[in-house]
Ligand binder design. Structure first.
Ligand SMILES: C[S@@+](CC[C@H](N)C(=O)[O-])C[C@H]1O[C@@H](n2cnc3c(N)ncnc32)[C@H](O)[C@@H]1O
Length: 649
């Protein structure tokens, strides 16, 4: 099969239509929905219930909500360009730092990371009026971003904050959050979970849009974090000393959060009970039965406390006495119960506690702790004001992920989440991976961070990872996990004609001609193009890429193997230590600008499952292209189990 490589970001709408088609194939006619038929299929009753004849409806709406869907659906191509110089251990690491605007980045990640992220933590701007809120443009968002990054170099004005005096103050914030959460949801695994830090400015509105996006049944909890002990800045006389962290599941019935490990230290066995160590349990409960219990040694009588009952029936009581679970005391002090009701360690159903929604009300999770931690990493410079306490995020990750899971933070700021992932991995020997996304928001010129050499918050985030990695390595010398990270930067597509021929009046005809022939931008490297193709083909940013030489080392081809595993349908070579992982396909990406017969023959002999060529590599030689097409057809013929895909751009 030959096809042109689709260069647009994966369309969420197309995906949803596909799903609808699976459920109601009969309502599609020529690929379009027949709404009258849909009404019939749903049944008049359901349809009537779901229409609002009097225009009243429950839900949240704001000025610009409709544009959110346009923003989501605009799939104009942008790309992520690898930046080896700023990375650590680029070729091996499974961690990723993306410098860029998160809406565009989330769109780009759809094809490769859909359903792969176990946990998302975000700490978005709280809409206090002081932070900048990215002004999404559904027609040309990537151009807005490029304009924005240009300002960084020119040290011009940064994009505006969202002041309370703005008439659309809440609307702007909601319009910023809605599409990002919508796209984030599709990256989550089915048993995945998102944690969103927020405070009173927008907490209630955020909850309403999350109810809409994730479904109110998937609301899990609102975790309270104590932010500070005292305040002197509130005129109303109330000390607001907490913020919230909303928790939503992709599918609540599949989510399991695992709390702290139970310790069995207080379980003892002083009476050599054959059932093992025990602690004294409370024998009363809100429901149960009431009867007097007489101590056979002291003849004292116990009844359940007022408004309570024994948690066992009389019959079970007799069995407990016989088995020794109820043990009578030989002497009883005044006010003391005459018996012990034992809870054996072996009876404890789970090794872990539940996660308390108030776990972060302890002082060690306050803002003060965050400041202390970041000061340890950047001594003597106040680099960033809004950092979260590392242990708070670490606990959220610990409660919600397994040791190999992928964690995403697309408002990553100073990269506390990456720091927390590395620290937790070092503590429990894990191999969790992260993706951080941070816009290169400029550091204000007279700020301490700018004076210390950091132009943008993204620079601070990357430097924090480098320093935190070094510190953790020193603290855990025996742990030799992944401390590297690969940097990518958001940019316009590498391919010009994809953006349309943007010929301005001043451009000469010759330039225009070159423009359409040389459709790869001059300043883009093979690796830039490679990653753009990889993302379009659904590969992750951390695949193991091999370079194969052909034609006596005069030509090269990139080769990527995909492996299957029990846990994921498709995983990359990082999981090859899992014995159930078998290689399922090999893709060759050939970016040569002069393709020859010899090269095609040699590639074919390697038996790849998919081959990608650059169209310009055929140099307008249709005969050569047809030959290639023909060779790969033969290839399918000779390998009945294979279906070769031959993609040309
Ligand atoms: C509250 S801070 C996050 C702090 C982070 N949790 C930490 O501990 O350092 C929010 C961050 O989101 C970034 N941000 C805001 N809008 C963004 C966008 N559209 N794309 C990417 N990052 C964005 C801001 O630059 C800011 O650094």
């Amino acid at each position: 099969m030959e096809e042109k490589l689709e260069l647009e970001s994966k369309s969420i709408l197309a995906e949803q239509l596909e799903q609808l088609k699976k459920i109601f194939p009969e309502v599609f006619c020529d690929g379009k929905i027949d709404f009258d038929k849909l009404k019939l299929v749903l049944g008049e009753q359901i349809y009537k219930e779901s229409t609002y004849q009097d225009k009243e409806r429950f839900g949240i709406t704001w000025i610009g909500k409709a544009d959110c869907y346009r923003v989501i659906q605009n799939t104009k191509e942008a790309t992520l360009r690898p930046c080896r110089e700023e990375s650590i251990n680029f070729d091996e690491t499974q961690n990723v730092f993306i410098e860029g605007e998160n809406l565009e980045v989330l769109k780009i990640l759809q094809r490769s990371y859909s359903g792969k992220v176990k946990m998302i933590y975000i700490d978005p701007p709280y809409n206090t009026g002081k932070e900048f809120i990215y002004p999404d443009k559904y027609k040309d968002n990537i151009d807005t971003y490029l304009e924005y990054t240009k300002q960084i170099d020119e040290r011009g004005n940064k994009f505006s904050t969202n002041p309370e005096s703005d008439g659309r103050y809440h609307s702007k914030w909601l319009s910023m959050m809605y599409p990002r959460l919508y796209l984030a949801k599709s990256l989550l695994k089915d048993d995945g979970v998102i944690f969103i830090s927020i405070d009173d400015h927008e907490q209630h509105r955020l909850r309403m849009i999350c109810d809409e996006i994730f479904g109110e049944d998937n609301f899990v909890a609102d975790i309270i974090r104590k932010t500070k002990s005292t305040t002197n800045d509130n005129v109303t006389g109330i000390n607001i000393q907490h913020e919230n962290c909303l928790v939503y599941a992709k599918n609540k019935s599949l989510l399991t959060l695992i709390g702290e490990k139970k310790t069995f230290e207080n379980y003892k066995n002083p009476d050599n009970d054959p059932k093992g160590a025990w602690v004294s349990d409370n024998p009363s409960a809100r429901t149960g039965s009431t009867f007097p219990i007489e101590n056979p040694y002291t003849k004292t009588i116990d009844l359940p406390p007022e408004n309570a009952f024994w948690r066992f029936s009389y019959k079970s009581y007799q069995e407990h006495v016989k088995s020794g679970k109820i043990k009578f005391l030989e002497s009883v002090l005044v006010g003391q119960r005459g018996f012990i009701f034992k809870r054996y360690a072996s009876e404890v159903k789970s090794d872990n506690h539940l996660v308390p929604t108030l776990f972060a009300t302890e002082n060690c999770y306050m803002n003060q702790a965050a400041t202390k931690h970041i000061n340890e990493i950047f001594p003597n410079v106040k680099v960033f004001d809004y950092t979260k306490p590392i242990n708070f995020i670490l606990k959220l990750i610990e409660y919600s992920t397994n040791k190999n899971d992928l964690i995403l933070d697309f408002f990553s700021g100073s990269s506390t989440t990456a720091h927390a992932v590395m620290k937790l991995n070092a503590e429990d020997g894990g191999n969790r991976k992260y993706i951080m996304v941070q816009i290169p928001e400029t550091c204000i010129e007279n700020s301490e961070s700018f004076k210390a050499g950091y132009k943008t918050i993204a620079d601070i985030g990357k430097e924090r990872i480098r320093r935190a990695a070094k510190k953790i390595k020193e603290e855990y010398p025996s742990y030799n996990g992944d401390f590297g990270f690969k940097v990518f930067k958001l940019d316009s597509s590498n391919i010009t004609n994809f953006e349309g021929n943007k010929v301005t009046d001043n451009e000469s005809y010759t330039e225009q001609l070159e423009f359409s022939i040389q459709n790869i931008k001059n300043d883009r490297s093979d690796y830039d193009i490679l990653y753009q193709f990889m993302l379009r083909l659904g590969f992750t940013l951390t695949e193991n890429i091999k370079i194969k030489s052909f034609c006596n080392n005069t030509k090269k081809v990139f080769s990527i193997d995909l492996f299957s595993s029990d846990t994921n349908n498709i995983t990359s070579s990082e999981d090859t230590n899992n014995s159930s992982n078998a290689k399922i396909s090999t893709t060759f990406i050939c970016l040569e600008k002069f393709i020859t017969e010899e090269l095609i023959d040699e590639i074919e002999k390697h038996n790849p499952d998919k081959v990608v060529f650059l169209d310009i590599g055929f140099q307008n030689n249709d005969a050569l292209k047809n030959n290639a097409r023909h060779s790969f057809k033969n290839h399918i013929f000779n390998n009945k189990n294979k279906s070769i895909e031959f993609l040309v751009f």
